[in-house]
Design a protein around this ligand. Structure first.
Ligand code: ZN
Length: 657
């Protein structure tokens, strides 16, 4: 591990707080130091209050901020003297500690100070850095942890046996620091938790952190406990049984009491660890640092027996809840990490982002476990300590701050023709409601939508093999398909029947009809497994009830597609799958309508383009978003009891009404 400090870069962060921001970001950049909101930093600054009287302020990381992206506003200014006095109290309850931190924060808009604020206050140095570095966790999650720490650092660090974070830990650290700190002390190791360093400047504190972690890494290297690859069996990446995977995701969702996405990782590290001959032992010791528990739960599910996992979780809760200071309500008992020889490392979350956080944490956990094993054995904290952390009100508050999940959280939607127009607007409408989306299109522009919650795939829906592969990739990424918006379609220019060739006819049918049959057939088993019931929206057309001359192939294909959807509504209702059809008309911001086509149609009716666009009963102009919002609505709870319906969205058309 090397220092990333760069004087030129540092100059862009003026002042004591500026440099605090800078070196915090440097820590945040290295994922083997801190992950997803983990770790915290502070600086003590003398500054005048409104009366011009100097006082000491602790600027400490606010809860909810990530070190990598922290700004000056991410630090909460707290009255330092007050915190130091608090640490002298014999005890302080969690609610009272939070009350004290909040009421002694000196800026109304500041975030809630880190729960480790008092610990930062009692360390007398100006800058304090705290990480949950992988290398440190490898050394300390070990039967011989304290000896390894001494072997690496000698007397340059203070060692604090594990105490749960919060007031008691701060008080204990204050005591030990008072008794043991010497001028040459560079850091403080918290067993099974992490590392503190400190210094007079931001750089000194940061570089001590890097140096101490680097020494731990070198120690692991010297003891043959660094390269984790050889410990893993070689893996082949034969495709997995995606239907069995969707079933597993369904069971996890049921256990969680809400839909969950399940993202499979099947590279060498993930599959290798899941197939490790000793996985059932080494992966069931517990997390590498207690605050991971709120993301990963204490233990992964090994294999696929969700109901047994749930039973064991309930037993764990019942064993430890009675000893808690106040009554606890059990959290959902669903696993967040699954290790399966076929599915690799699968991570569950209410959103793809949550699942990705679980994945990042667990990948580091795998390294820590394998290295600790090579160093003599991985040994995590006892279940009781992990329980205390999992059910600690202040940890749960971190999750509660995320608020209520949006309507489609944990659900997965597949959208065809997603690169532009109605398809693209639908992808956006579904993502805005919390869905994970599998976006398909032959058009390269589909990749502009790519994100953690959107898997974009180049796919020609008329090619059966491509559709199958896209579906497999989508299910592997998110765990299933709960909703489908069958939107891809073509609208060739007007050709009278007398001139309509077989080829042109077949081309339209292939995209607008045949491809949708294939999609429905392939999607059926997944829709039947959807935790909240599967839903399909089919894009029909006004032409179904009000065809136009010159659009024989298009009108016929959409009419047949509508009939296909109606039959699907009949066949799938028994499995709770709803199928409804939207009939849009005159949505001019789609690929079908070029400027030229629009001008020609307007001229045909003797209208200006503006008049032509509003040629409907309500006199309104429709756009893709209007259709997308309706599609999302039809997929949502308002339409929970509607299937087989056909809804025009056209501003009102006298031929349809
Ligand atoms: Zn910590």
């Amino acid at each position: 591990m090397r220092s990333l400090w760069n004087d030129e870069e540092a100059r862009r962060y003026p002042g004591e707080l500026g440099l605090r921001v800078y070196s915090s970001r440097l820590l945040g950049r290295d994922k083997s130091l801190v992950l997803h909101g983990g770790g915290n930093t502070s600086v003590k600054i003398r500054e005048p209050d409104i009366f011009g009287e100097e006082r000491e302020v602790l600027y400490v990381k606010g809860s909810g901020w990530d070190l990598e992206f922290i700004e000056a506003e991410g630090f909460a200014p707290v009255d330092l003297q007050h915190l130091v006095r608090l640490a002298e109290l014999p005890r302080l309850s969690d609610p009272e500690m939070v009350e004290q931190l909040k009421t002694h924060t000196l800026r109304a808009s500041a975030p809630t100070p880190s729960v480790e604020a008092i610990l930062h206050a009692v360390i007398p140095h100006k800058y304090v850095d705290h990480t949950h570095a992988d290398a440190l966790l490898t050394l300390t999650n070990n039967p011989d942890g304290a000896r390894h720490v001494r072997a690496v650092y000698g007397e340059r660090v203070i060692v604090v046996p594990y105490v749960m974070p919060g007031f008691d830990l701060a008080r204990e650290c204050a005591r030990i620091f008072r008794e043991q700190a010497r001028p040459e002390t560079e850091g403080m190791v918290l067993m099974n938790h992490g590392l503190f360093t400190f210094g007079d400047t931001a750089r000194e504190s940061y570089e001590r952190m890097i140096r101490l972690v680097d020494e731990a890494e070198r120690y692991l290297q010297a003891h043959g406990a660094w390269e984790t690859g050889p410990a893993l069996p070689a893996v082949d990446s034969t495709p997995m049984d995606t239907l069995a995977y969707a079933r597993l995701r369904g069971e996890i969702s049921r256990a969680a009491g809400r839909p969950m996405v399940l993202s499979a990782e099947r590279d060498e590290q993930a599959l290798g660890f899941a197939r490790h001959p000793d996985v059932a032992r080494i992966a069931t010791q517990g997390p590498a640092t207690p605050d991971h528990v709120i993301r990963t739960k204490r233990l992964p599910l090994i294999g696929r027996d969700v109901s047994r996992y749930v039973e064991e979780y309930i037993a764990y809760f019942e064993a430890h809840a009675p000893q808690a200071a106040e009554p606890k309500t059990m959290l959902d008992p669903a696993p967040r990490v699954v290790l399966d020889p076929e599915f690799g490392l699968a991570c569950a979350g209410r959103t793809p982002k949550e699942a990705a956080i679980v994945r990042d944490i667990y990948r580091h956990t795998i390294d820590i476990i394998l290295r600790a094993e090579a160093l003599g054995g991985y040994r995590a904290l006892a279940a009781k300590d992990i329980f205390d952390m999992e059910y600690w009100s202040l940890e749960q508050a971190k999750l509660a701050r995320q608020g209520e999940p949006p309507e489609f959280a944990g659900e997965v939607a597949l959208v065809t023709g997603a690169a532009s127009g109605i398809g693209r607007a639908t992808v956006e409408a579904l993502r805005a409601r919390g869905a994970a989306v599998i976006a398909l299109d032959v058009d390269e522009r589909v990749h502009e939508l790519s994100g953690v919650d959107c898997l974009t795939l180049g796919c020609d829906v008329t090619d059966g093999e491509q559709v199958e592969m896209a579906l497999e990739a989508g299910v592997e990424q998110f765990g299933g398909v709960d909703m489908a918006v069958l939107n891809a379609g073509v609208f060739p220019g007007g050709t009278p029947i007398a001139e309509l060739g077989d080829e042109a006819w077949r081309e339209v049918m292939a995209v607008n009809l045949d491809a949708n049959l294939r999609l429905m057939r392939e999607l059926a088993p997944y829709l039947a497994l959807a935790p909240r019931g599967g839903r399909v929206v089919v894009m029909g057309s006004k032409n179904v009830s009000a065809p136009g001359p010159g659009a024989a192939a298009y009108s016929a294909s959409k009419a047949a597609l509508t009939q296909l959807a109606r039959v699907a509504a009949l066949e799938w209702a028994g499995q709770g799958v709803r199928v409804n059809v939207l009939h849009p008309d005159a949505v001019f911001d789609t690929g079908i309508w070029s400027e030229a086509v629009l001008a020609a149609r307007a001229a045909h009716y003797g209208m200006s383009v503006e008049q032509y666009k509003r040629k409907n009963l309500l006199g309104v102009e429709l756009n893709s978003r209007d259709v997308a919002e309706l599609a999302a609505c039809v997929l949502g709870t308002a339409f929970a009891k509607v299937t087989g319906a056909q809804i025009p969205i056209d501003g009102g058309n006298e031929r349809v009404v």
